[in-house]
Design a protein around this ligand. Structure first.
Ligand code: MG
Length: 360
């Protein structure tokens, strides 16, 4: 079979002539021959397979630059690249879904603000931070107040100042009730301010290596707004079950999400604690923000990795289930971490949601 005109080739490849001209200009799909007199592009039938592949990759929304790369790979490498693309697309969709959920809640709350029949709730809370048994200083900051729960794990030469600055920005939100309609904007502004403040705390020869994680929950009276960046964690104990409600923003976890390594491999991966998001100069400071409905009986735990990296979740669940008061729970959890060698600073915040006693 001879060369095909651009029109015939476009029909066979399920692509438009306009798209083919674009792919030619990008070097993605170059015609077999360009007529020197007319300038018409002519394609070889053997190019159909690649053209159909490009059409399929376009259909899954892959950017052209990535398609160009995939087309140059062998089958195994192409499969890996498409798997990574799929994982990213799923993560982006999940982030959009969460944010959409937050906005739905936001408007539904506005809609039903006058007719709400939920009993008044309150939180009881305790916070404790400990240097551990190996580090000389404590760079963690933990806070619990009537509206704000927060754990921040500072790193680098100005780590202690960084974690304190981040929590301080959010602590100001503890002072007064935030109108439900302003919650999302308030949280985003607070993260922005915290990131700016932290960026100014870096000292010494490598100020860009100073930063902090932040996992904070803001209590609105019936809901908890969760703001999270880094590898500190939030857990919920509900109905005797322990749920982790944050994802670590670490390189190893991203590699698991991308399908590059397994969960088991991540546990011992050299980049298991390398943060891909944090409050630090030059870092990606985009937080995960979520709104959670509180139920009486819920017990929340926020902790730094000084707890989660040495105490198994089963042990954490056991302590959270058995401890009478939040203050007992934080003390026992820190004792467990120190019992396991206390290699890092340890911070725990525990808060119980309960119905407000009549007359309170
Ligand atoms: Mg730590």
């Amino acid at each position: 079979m001879g060369l095909l005109t651009i029109g015939a080739f476009a029909r066979a490849a399920r692509l438009s002539p306009k798209a083919l001209r674009l792919y030619d200009s990008l070097g993605l799909l170059v015609p077999a021959r360009v007529d020197p007199v007319t300038g018409y592009r002519l394609y070889a039938p053997e190019q159909l397979e690649q053209a159909r592949l490009v059409a399929w990759l376009r259909r899954i929304g892959m950017p052209l630059a990535l398609i160009t790369r995939v087309c140059g790979l062998d089958a195994g490498a192409a499969a890996r690249e498409i798997r990574v693309f799929r994982a990213r697309a799923e993560a982006e969709a999940a982030a959009r879904r969460d944010l959409a959920g937050f906005l739905i809640e936001h408007f539904e709350r506005k809609d039903s603000a006058m007719t709400s029949a939920t009993p008044p709730l309150e939180i009881r809370y305790a916070a404790l931070s400990d240097t551990g048994l190996v580090r000389e200083t404590n760079q963690d900051t933990a806070h619990a107040g009537s509206r704000l729960l927060a754990v921040a794990d500072g790193f680098g030469s100005g780590g202690a100042a960084a974690s304190a600055a981040a929590v301080e920005v959010f602590r100001r939100l503890d002072a007064g009730a935030i109108p439900a309609g302003a919650l999302l904007n308030t949280l985003e502004d607070a993260i922005g301010s915290a990131a700016e403040l932290v960026a100014r705390t870096g000292t010494g020869s490598a100020p860009e290596e100073t930063g902090t994680t932040l996992t904070a929950m803001l209590w609105t009276g019936s809901q908890l707004a969760l703001v999270h960046i880094g590898d500190s964690r939030a857990h919920l104990l509900r109905g005797g079950e322990l749920f982790r409600i944050t994802h670590d923003h670490t390189a190893a976890r991203s590699m698991v999400a991308d399908g590059r390594i397994t969960k088991a491999e991540a546990e011992s991966h050299p980049q298991r604690s390398l943060l891909v998001r944090a409050l630090a100069r030059g870092a990606d400071t985009t937080p995960d923000i979520r709104l959670r409905h509180a139920e009486p009986g819920d017990r929340y735990l926020l902790c730094s990795d000084g707890l989660s990296s040495v105490v198994a979740e089963g042990e954490i669940r056991r302590v959270l289930t058995a401890a009478e008061e939040p203050s007992d729970a934080v003390r026992e959890l820190i004792a467990l971490a120190n019992g396991a060698g206390g290699p890092d600073n340890i911070s725990c915040v525990v808060a119980d949601v309960r119905e407000r006693p009549p007359g309170a």
